[in-house]
Design a protein around this ligand. Structure first.
Ligand code: MN
Ligand code: MN
Length: 303
């Protein structure tokens, strides 16, 4: 479908924001807010390092898995779990700098059984499917909400099959689409309100969440707090990564949402410059290609 320049700009900004949030947050992943303050004051520059000892401007699994998913959708022109599982498995073969336990377990299950869906598991409420969900939001733009949610579950269930995680991820996907289409902050808040109604654990107003871990409820509570407390890309991203914890992933999710909301011009130039330029280019290219194909078909089962 052909979209306006503004919509394309916000889609590109969402993808760029994801990578920038990942690269910025990775430096302080697993630090506490206190440790961050002692070391950096406010952590505000993409400098690499962290427990992964990243080169400055490098991204982690959050961005890499998104690009693998986006590439699989663009090549096949559909959302098909078998194709997605194979793309993730190929990514794992590339010896990534980081990989989550649930993701590894899900992909080993795929390699051992050929099944591109894990069984439902109450312990799979991690943020690992949500962090890579942006290509679904883009590829499914213009589809019915039912199809959007179905596509989100198919990609999630390759590694994470848990209703709490599904609902949180779908909320982020629906928010991304609304923001890209130019809907207001009120509309975005209502989407979160629906999530909290369905799953009261996601209630996010009140106590400030610090050190948000890999549990999707904590991650999204921190993301929603930062997202709704500020009115710029920079302020909201700085807020969430300086909370520490799983900072690359909370940064990635906040970055995609804030990019979608505020557009490319709102992303500080210093961050665009310090991100690996090949990643910046891939984000731009994929965002445009996914929008051109949207909405793609969703294949429920290929066996
Ligand atoms: Mn990561
Ligand atoms: Mn992480």
């Amino acid at each position: 479908m052909k979209y306006t320049e503004e919509i394309i700009d916000r889609a590109v900004a969402a993808y760029t924001g994801l990578a920038i949030g990942d690269a910025l947050g990775a430096t302080v992943e697993f630090l506490t807010p206190r440790e961050i303050k002692l070391r950096y004051g406010v952590h505000r520059n993409i400098v690499g390092g962290g427990w992964l000892k990243l080169p400055a401007g490098a991204v982690t699994d959050d961005t890499q898995m998104s690009l693998a998913l986006g590439n699989a959708i663009i090549k096949s022109q559909k959302v098909d779990r078998a194709i997605i599982a194979e793309a993730f498995s190929e990514w794992m073969r590339s010896k990534p700098v980081d990989i989550g336990n649930t993701v590894r377990r899900g992909l080993m299950h795929y390699r051992n059984t050929g099944k591109a869906e894990v069984a439902e598991n109450e312990f799979d409420a991690g943020n690992g499917a949500c962090m890579r969900s942006l290509p679904i939001a883009l590829a499914m733009l213009g589809a019915t909400e039912k199809q959007v949610r179905l596509a989100s579950r198919l990609q999630s269930h390759v590694t994470h099959n848990n209703i709490l995680a599904d609902r949180g991820t779908e909320c982020v996907v629906v928010m991304l689409q609304a923001a890209i289409l130019g809907h207001s902050g009120d509309v975005l808040e209502n989407i979160v309100r629906d999530l909290v109604q369905a799953e009261p654990l996601y209630h996010f107003t009140g106590t400030r969440v610090e050190n948000p871990g890999g549990y999707i409820v904590e991650t999204l509570q921190a993301v929603f707090q930062s997202f709704f407390a500020h009115d710029s890309f920079e302020a909201s991203l700085l807020d969430v990564v300086n909370r520490g914890g799983d900072a690359d992933t909370s940064g990635a999710i906040l970055g995609m949402l804030a990019g979608a909301r505020y557009g490319m011009a709102s992303i500080p130039l210093r961050w665009k410059k310090s991100l690996q330029q090949s990643v910046l280019y891939a984000c731009d290219t994929q965002a445009r290609a996914l929008l051109r194909l949207a909405p793609v078909a969703v294949v429920e089962d290929t066996g």
